[in-house]
Write a protein that binds this ligand. Structure first.
Ligand code: ATP
Ligand code: MG
Length: 242
């Protein structure tokens, strides 16, 4: 058998980055383009539903029920698109010197009522005099929200969510610790993969977004989890040089 020489042309890292950026921007554009017709479908089905549900004809009422399904599916698609667009934008930072304690206190105040509704206690241990970090506050709020919602969903019977900060050398550490269901090793291996979800209505873009934002800040994210015991996410952020 003769071997033909193959003229393989490999992309350079910078070409790969260009391709990635182009694909990400195309995907983001596509998600945007889908959003408008989708909201038009949703709005029109809602108008149709109003008319059909009021009718005395049993056939109309059956159609009305079908439209319920159309609307649920539209809502699900809208959620996926929003999570996707958030994920695409997660690398574009607008950071500013920030007191993380202040951001966390505001977030906890916002999230506490929702946690209470689910029988979850939030216990903050926020270190005083934490050095400032360079933070995109709006993206980081999404990070906190994703971690808190994941924790809440992992504690269907209620539980405890500890939020801790401390300072180590030139890093600020932030931990989210829940007493929830925990994760198997299989789930832990996949949790940062885009679109991986163990939930029926999860987009699977929450943790990938969290990771992307943390890495874009020059930080790191780690997870320790034990099935039946709970989960701890540890985030580090570089301290802002004085
Ligand atoms: N605190 C946690 N405790 C237990 N499992 C978790 C926790 N956080 C994440 N997971 C697991 O990791 C998976 C991926 O999480 P991720 O936030 O990316 O997606 P999701 O929560 O399923 O969907 P979405 O965030 O879009 O609603 C979850 O489906 C769940 O199995
Ligand atoms: Mg999630």
């Amino acid at each position: 058998m003769t071997h033909k020489s193959v003229n393989s042309i490999q992309a350079t890292p910078s070409e790969l980055l260009d391709q990635y950026t182009e694909l990400a921007s195309l995907a983001g554009g596509l998600a945007h383009e889908i959003r408008n017709p989708l909201s038009s479908i949703s709005m029109n089905s809602s108008l149709l539903k109003e008319e059909l549900c009021q009718s005395d004809d049993p056939r109309d009422r059956r159609l009305c029920q079908r439209l319920d399904i159309v609307q649920q599916e539209c809502k699900h698609l809208e959620e996926i698109l929003n999570a996707f667009l958030q994920f695409v934008r997660a690398g574009e930072l607008h950071p500013q010197p920030t007191d993380l304690t202040e951001v966390l206190e505001k977030f906890i105040e916002f999230f506490r009522p929702r946690a209470q509704q689910h029988q979850i206690d939030i216990s903050p241990h926020l270190s005083p005099n934490l050095p400032q970090v360079n933070l995109d506050r709006s993206l980081f709020r999404q990070v906190l929200l994703n971690l808190a919602i994941n924790a809440q969903q992992a504690m269907p019977e209620g539980g405890l969510l500890e939020i801790q900060t401390y300072n180590r050398k030139n890093q600020v550490l932030l931990e989210f610790i829940d007493t929830g269901l925990g994760m198997s090793e299989e789930v832990q291996a996949k949790m940062f993969q885009a679109f991986f979800s163990s939930k029926t209505d999860g987009s699977g873009l929450g943790l990938p977004m969290v990771r992307k934002v943390v890495l874009a800040h020059g930080g790191t994210i780690q997870c320790e989890s034990e099935p039946g015991k709970g989960t701890r996410f540890i985030i580090t952020l570089p301290v802002l040089p004085a």
